[in-house]
Design a protein around this ligand. Structure first.
Ligand code: UDP
Length: 325
């Protein structure tokens, strides 16, 4: 059994990862500043003998140094996330996502700790290819558009992690998440599924940005978490970059239709231009579909839940949550 540190462990993906690691019998220390993470995400695990939750920021180097002592595996998920938050606060994005990662990687290399670095499909930017392998070029827009600060900050994290792997043999695995969804995800930071489900449960309309022909692939957080743990446990994954997610594409208009079908066929769709949703400087990514064959080859596993199954699970959770509020 390992002693694991999950930075961002009170966040959406982090809390599912924490839960799964505890189920597997590991000890887990969560470090989270509860900015986008929420204590409620871990409330069902409160009092668990193998869980310690520390409230504080990864931008505090003393706290970070203290928290990493005696750890075997670091899952580094703490970051400024969400297109809306990142567009609204690029300074916080850059400060949270770059320097603390460097501090963490350096100390992990010295202490010989294994690391999982959470990255994002945003690093591909607006690469026009149909499907992205991990070797694809990164196509960022201009620095005057704050959206690209997020992908760029994570790309720097990846460069750092790979450099520490080459130079100091740091056992690190990088995972690029593609639209991870599921229970506990909230809509305030812009994520589309919780927003659409909430709008539909309120009787509509569902607000689709632009023409709704933009394409995404949605993966259930439970399957993503299993992939993360297998990657960290796989010796051949060390030093590698992996797309993690589903490779089944759907348009945002198609997604809205699936949700409407499940909740109430009378709900209407409204279309809102990007500049009204995110402000003048915003640029969206039209299509985002991963090639996940490297993940499959390496860990013999890939997320396989259908969009329908994923939506059913989220709607069930959301209904239960609204009843208990
Ligand atoms: N989107 C939308 N309505 C919303 C929120 C998002 O139509 O209320 C669109 C958004 O423009 C994007 C897609 O849904 O094209 C996915 O958005 P999200 O922020 O969830 O993920 P990302 O853009 O990072 O892939």
């Amino acid at each position: 059994m390992a002693r694991c540190l999950v930075t961002g462990g009170a966040g959406f993906i982090g809390s599912h990862l924490t839960e799964r690691l505890l189920e597997l019998g590991h000890e887990v220390i969560v470090l989270d500043n509860l900015s986008t993470g929420r204590r409620a995400n871990l409330s069902h695990l409160e009092g668990h003998a193998k869980l310690t939750v520390r409230t504080g920021s990864i931008t505090d180097p003393v706290l970070l140094a203290e928290t990493t002592v005696g750890i075997d595996v670091i899952y580094h998920l703490a970051a400024a996330v969400g297109v809306k938050l990142v567009a609204d606060d690029p300074v916080r994005t850059i400060e949270t996502n770059i320097y603390p990662t460097e501090v963490l990687l350096r100390s992990a290399a010295q202490a010989k700790q294994r690391v999982f670095l959470a990255s994002t499909s945003e690093v591909y930017g607006k690469n026009p290819k149909e499907r992205w392998t991990e070797e694809e070029d990164l196509h960022f827009g201009p620095t005057t558009r704050p959206r690209w600060a997020y992908g760029c900050s994570k790309a720097i994290d990846e460069f750092l992690a790979l450099a520490y792997h080459r130079k100091f043999d740091l056992p690190v695995v990088i995972g690029r998440f593609f639209n991870v969804v599921g229970p506990r995800q909230v809509g305030h930071y812009g994520m589309v599924i919780p927003r659409f489900v909430e709008q539909a449960l309120n009787g509509g309309p569902i607000v689709v940005y632009d023409d709704g022909e933009q394409v995404r692939c949605f993966a259930h957080v439970r399957e993503v978490v299993d992939a993360i743990i297998r990657l960290v446990d796989s010796p051949t994954a060390q030093g590698g970059v992996f797309n993690i997610g589903s490779d089944a594409p759907v348009s945002i208009r198609g997604l809205a239709a699936e949700i409407i079908k499940r909740i109430d066929p009378k709900i209407s769709i409204e279309f809102l231009p990007y500049h009204d949703a995110y402000g003048e400087d915003f640029e969206d990514v039209r299509r985002r579909v991963p090639d996940i064959s490297k993940l499959e080859r390496t860990i013999h596993y890939k997320p396989s839940m259908t969009l329908g199954e994923i939506l059913d699970d989220i709607i069930r959770w959301k209904r239960a949550q609204r009843q208990s509020d």
